[in-house]
Design a binder for this molecule. Sequence first.
Ligand SMILES: Cc1cc2nc3c(=O)[nH]c(=O)nc-3n(C[C@H](O)[C@H](O)[C@H](O)COP(=O)(O)OP(=O)(O)OC[C@H]3O[C@@H](n4cnc5c(N)ncnc54)[C@H](O)[C@@H]3O)c2cc1C
Length: 340
Amino acid sequence: MPMKYYDYLIVGQGICGSILALMLRERNKSLLVIDQGHPVTSSRIAAGIVNPVTGKNFVKTWMADVIIPFAHQYYQALQMNWSAPLIAEKLIYRGLDNIEAENKWISRTGDPDYQDYCTEFSSFEEFRPYILPASSYGVVRGGFQVNLPLLLDRTREILQSQGSLQIGSFDHKELRFTGSFFEYKELMAGKIIFCEGFRGKIIRFFPICLFPSKGEVLFIKIPDADFRNLIKHDQFIAHLYDDIYWVGRGYEWRAENEQPSESAKEKILANLQSMLKVPFEITDHKAAIRPATKNRRPIILQHKEFPGMYFFNGMGTKGTSLAPYFADRLVQNLEGNAVL
Ligand SMILES: Cc1cc2nc3c(=O)[nH]c(=O)nc-3n(C[C@H](O)[C@H](O)[C@H](O)COP(=O)(O)OP(=O)(O)OC[C@H]3O[C@@H](n4cnc5c(N)ncnc54)[C@H](O)[C@@H]3O)c2cc1C
């Protein structure tokens, strides 16, 4: 049987592999995505929050003024194309517990560099029936939430309908380079891009240093709740659908496995009980490992010996914000020699 040729072979269909595949498809490239089909991955359990100002010191996300508008435009265009509710603008309420946090926040609101993002206070009415208020709140504007399960599922359907998806584990030992293209089992590809998330830690071809970090999520039902903006007080509470909410936290750097743990559940619950003043019910508990890097920057690499081989990874806690802009940069490089 003749071998089938693809312009691109993409390994992994998380947010990185998905957006890359959609962008290459837009350019009419032939491609095959190989994905293990795990029901629980970092992209699948993430809240999809794009947050312009993060951390205890309320620091602007790296390249926020460039990557966030780019991501917003990208997801909005997809939403229009798909006629599906992919993206929702959200205010982010940051609990300020003490004078130090309040002072830091006030200094941000007076900083011209933060004027698009940090505002002093906005009415708490939306949350009042459900949340025990912190002493005060700072409100982040310019954030939004992306429905990542929808993004992944719709991409999967599109790829499947075109015979561009293979479910299974890519076996790195089976990859051969012939001099002008790659051979993998019964197929050939001009270029190959590894988008394997934290599993990229163990691939053979790139001496990469990922620092994977485990995160855990409780999915809870708050009967009749109808708050839609995001609230963060140590951990986020984010609306998903109906009266189901996402509550997540955690950076376990030396995680031994991807299983949800009782200790993380207890921490999330303790914090939740100090925030919520209404009954709730846990509907699910999941854990996954983020592909973080030491310097908290994404990684795009071209292999020195095999120039058609690339590595697209290292999105850490910010895959939703970073992936569209950097996938676009990578595609421009792949297709037009733009510098990475
Ligand atoms: C609890 C939690 C909450 C988060 N919340 C947010 C948030 O609100 N906002 C945000 O921006 N980010 C968030 N993140 C981070 C975000 O999820 C990651 O940055 C992003 O998902 C990384 O995407 P990825 O495509 O690189 O990796 P992944 O999502 O891990 O995808 C990699 C894919 O490759 C597949 N794969 C791996 N190896 C192989 C192989 N050999 N063969 C075939 N397939 C393979 C895997 O099965 C998987 O489908 C969160 C993460 C966690 C854990």
